[in-house]
Design a protein around this ligand. Sequence first.
Ligand code: MEV
Length: 427
Amino acid sequence: MNHPGTTSRIAGFHKLDRTGRIDAVARFAGLDVQERSHLENTGNLPADVADHMIENVIGTMNIPIGIATNMRIDGRDRLIPMATEESSVVAAVCNAARQCYDNGGFTTSMSGTEMIAQVQLTDLPDPHHARLRILEREAEVRDLCNACDPVLVRLGGGFRELQARVLDTPGGAMVIVHLIVDTRDAMGANAVNTMAETLAPHLAQWTGATSRLRILSNLADRRVARARCVWKVDAIGGPEVRDGILAAYHFAAADPYRAATHNKGIMNGVSAVVLATGNDTRAVEAGAHAYAARHGHYGSLSMWEATPEGDLAGSLELPLAVGLVGGATRVHPTAQLALKILGVGTAEELARVIAAVGLAQNFSALKALATTGIQKGHMALHARNIAIMAGATGEEVEAVARALVAQGRVRMDVAEAELQALRRGRG
Ligand code: MEV
């Protein structure tokens, strides 16, 4: 039996108000007054908004938002808010965008804003026959789905297509139904999940199947955003740099170990804008990585080539299920501001901007890797974090960080020694 205050079985925790929850957690973890007041300060997310976003809220987690400058996308200049805890990410986009700005920047497009909901049907003795019986009812399916969301239909979205396939599984053949739904400016999870749940009993009745899972697919391959860009060879440091970037891409295209890291770099940019705009980072990440494996092996999301003129051409395609309405995007005041700064009017525009950011991020990572290596630039920024962790404040942060970089030793012990020396010198 745990002593009260040390057990995780806290009856009615969710019914407590935030102060009550903080009390309980403070008892459990031995938080002092200062630590409690840290949790009480929810920063620029009002406590009552936070409280309604998720369950059992005790506080908020602030992540810096940096602005990527120099971005020119489809002939329009944009400032890009990026929420990330990782140093170098924002600077990487600024640098990549600066090097292609005079050449016109990024060109983007999108395949559409359609989401897929899946319904799993099992226990069918005649799955092939059942599949056709389902497809024959497309008109009814359309009506049932559209009746779930008249607002979406009024906005030009709604049901688009019915697909069904027989899937061989370790548990035998099953029929998987896909509802293709245009969710317009919504990410669309709620809309398509409601449709799948509404339709499932009908599908079961029409076929005699047992209906099981009813949920969207995060492999949103009907919602693919594309970005391309040409960097003039002279603007990036010459043919050797270009060839280094190409070799880096060839490595990623052929090797999943490298592709995972290559794509992680792309997602550094993508997820930062997805998060800043209150969208679902995990949905986008799951979709991106599944898309990277769509040919049966995990590969690079981007492609790099030399143009006939010898310049460097990059392109990127990835599913980007993001929205402007619904969820945190609507309720989080910072997400609303991020959207205002971006100046996007539709979910498609947002997705296209994000794809351009992903490509810019990839360019900078590959260029750094192909030339000086990633640590030099990274460490310069990381040094500031180390300085802060060592206790530096105000102007001390820059001074200590500079000293660490100059010595090539970005380490906590060195930062502490430098800080002491600095304070002794001042004192
Ligand atoms: C680090 O967050 C991202 C990189 O590893 C990406 C890459 O290797 O392409 C630098």
